[in-house]
Ligand binder design. Sequence first.
Ligand SMILES: [Zn+2]
Length: 321
Amino acid sequence: MGVREIVNQNAKNGTLVISHPACLAHDMGEGHPERPDRLRAIERVLESEAFQMLARDAAPRADLAAIARVHPQDYIEAIRAAAPKEGLIALDADTSMSAGSFEAALRAAGGAVFAVDEVMGGKVRNAFVSTRPPGHHAEIATPMGFCFFNNAAIAARHAQAAHGAEHVAIMDFDVHHGNGTQHIFWDDASVMYASTHQMPHYPGTGAVGERGEHNQIVNAPLRAGDGGEAFREAMEIAILPRIEAFSPDLVIISAGFDAHRRDPLGNLNFVEADYAWATRKLMEIARKTSGERVVSVLEGGYDLEGLARSVGAHVTTLMEA
Ligand SMILES: [Zn+2]
């Protein structure tokens, strides 16, 4: 056994990063912001010395049964059938499939499911799933906004069905509102969805008054130009006390980094320290309510430098004792 393997065995009590090369083969065309280089930029940061203690695993393909807890079987089959043998096919104005897209989508959902297995099974304290396509815009039976399967929602339902989690909280700090996740859990009292996002902005949902059937959806919209101070205030006042009161058995982070000030798709001004702060706050709640269990799933983030530095800060925080 080499030194690296021993180090990684030790790290099993710590933080796990999950990815898969198949996620690089999903291509939406020249110039599309949701591009394979996003994962390469993250991987370059996580290769550095500071991250040697991370445990790493390859994302397995999700079982179709796990995806089917969120999306109907015929939708899953329609997405599989839509993938072209070569070239691109557009499913909406900004969401396309290439030959590798279905496999990538299976790995992204499967990475989230595997992260739940490892964290709920006590093998690691927390996990970051560095995969694409993202998921939070995916509706129950409609691909949307670069998303095909709702990875965070699939992870939440898996934690409940396979590991007996009763309450799962999903915190989404992507610059865009997670319309899909909100709709999926709109009338589900067992899953809390909380979001900070720019508003007005794509996709248009996420007003404060959208609270779900059981008052378990919490939207804290921010205005274009807002930065870390407004974000932290929204978290402190509107969101964190609600997540703690919900007493989740698992905290899932829909970790989009497109609220970073460098990002071309948003107009918020977060910096790396804001992501570290939010991660630490969510970990504090998880320590009190869920045995520290946190699963973080990559969503957006389109400036390669902003994305890589933000993920670096996020994962560094996940690794803190
Ligand atoms: Zn986004």
